[in-house]
Design a protein around this ligand. Structure first.
Ligand code: DAH
Length: 345
């Protein structure tokens, strides 16, 4: 019996070492010390012994029983202690939950929408899958016009749906946001002030400065007596909104079939301040805003009388602007889905 007692003690101590949670501890306690537990049964058997044996084995049994009780008790409180630590250590810093945030292009777009809303411009949307008519023809770029080659177009086959002025019209992924100009004129008439931000598509091989998908913001203002001075004033206001300060600009002639005259507005290089650096191709200036006075043909397509109204339009490259503002040197990062890049904004 003595041997049996020693053995059971060793087994219990061995098993106890492996215990890590209180449920297993309870099960083990029941197994040995419960009413029908193994140790309890042995202790009960003591009554059958007699005389000296009973005294000797009884004393041993008691010692072992107390030892085991103590082991169980200590273990129980150490497990409880640990549990408490894990639960309510209020001094530990909280876990920060991940939150989504806005894409850098969306940030710039929102800023610009605020600037233009404050000047009374509507913010409009247009379809990305656009008819050839609105993408080209209505913008004074008829079929076979060499200007169609200025933009490499994704044509969508077999969708001759929208009727242009000259008949059927295929669908294209819009190559610019300019088609929203004519849609807006047709819908709202003159006078009109609107901007139309959105995605545009070009069939281009990608590299650090070319993407097949990027963002633009079209702007349009039509009223009686709108002149180039109005255009430059609005564009300087726009740049102030984006860069947070007055920007030095210069205006050069530019050609776009839907404006006459067309201009290119440049800003002093934001990197070198005009001292000439690789970012501005050593010219001191950055090309940022193509614009012009809306061509009479485009006004006519929009149902607006060019003898009564005039207006200006511009096509801001949102993606390009974001690159300048944040100093991003590879356009592919915007749609690349790399969180290490996106998390910086
Ligand atoms: N749509 C032109 C492009 O993507 C940009 C543009 C130029 C828009 C002149 C305009 C404008 O409204 O007046 O290349």
């Amino acid at each position: 019996m003595e041997k049996e007692l020693q053995q059971i003690k060793e087994t219990i101590l061995e098993e106890v070492k492996k215990i890590k949670d209180s449920q297993v501890l309870r099960d083990l306690e029941l197994k040995y010390l419960g009413r029908k537990g193994e140790l309890t049964t042995i202790l009960r058997g003591l009554t059958k012994l007699d005389g000296e044996d009973k005294k000797k084995v009884g004393a041993l049994a008691n010692t072992i029983k107390n030892e085991i009780y103590t082991v169980f008790k200590d273990l129980k409180s150490s497990i409880e202690e640990k549990g408490r630590e894990e639960f309510v250590d209020v001094t530990l810093p909280g876990k920060k939950s991940e939150r989504g945030h806005l894409h850098p292009i969306t940030l710039i777009q929102n800023e610009l929408e605020d600037v233009f809303s404050s000047m009374g411009f509507m913010v409009l949307d247009g379809p990305e899958l656009e008819s050839e008519y609105y993408n080209f023809e209505a913008l004074n770029i008829p079929a076979h016009h060499p200007a169609r080659d200025m933009q490499d177009t994704f044509y969508i086959q077999g969708n001759e749906t929208e009727k242009g002025a000259g008949g059927k019209s295929d669908l294209v992924m819009r190559t610019h946001t300019s088609p929203v100009q004519v849609r807006a004129m047709q819908k709202y008439g003159a006078p009109l002030r609107c901007v139309a931000p959105g995605r545009v598509y070009r069939c281009e091989a990608t590299d650090a400065v070319h993407e097949h998908t990027f963002d633009q913001m079209e702007g349009l203002m039509i009223d009686e007596n709108i002149s180039i001075s109005n255009m430059i004033a609005v564009m300087k206001e726009l740049l102030k909104g984006v860069f947070g300060r007055e920007m030095e600009v210069r205006v050069r002639p530019g050609y776009f079939p839907f404006v006459e005259p067309g201009i290119e507005l440049d800003i002093k290089c934001t990197i070198c301040g005009g001292a000439k650096c690789p970012s501005c191709k050593h010219s001191g200036w950055l090309e940022i805003l193509p614009a012009g006075m809306v061509h009479p043909n485009v006004l006519r397509h929009g149902g607006i009388d060019p003898d009564k109204y005039s207006g200006f339009a511009f096509g801001l490259g949102l993606t390009r602007l974001a690159m300048m503002k944040y100093g991003i040197n590879d356009i592919r990062l915007f749609n690349g889905g790399d969180l290490r890049f996106l998390k910086q904004f």
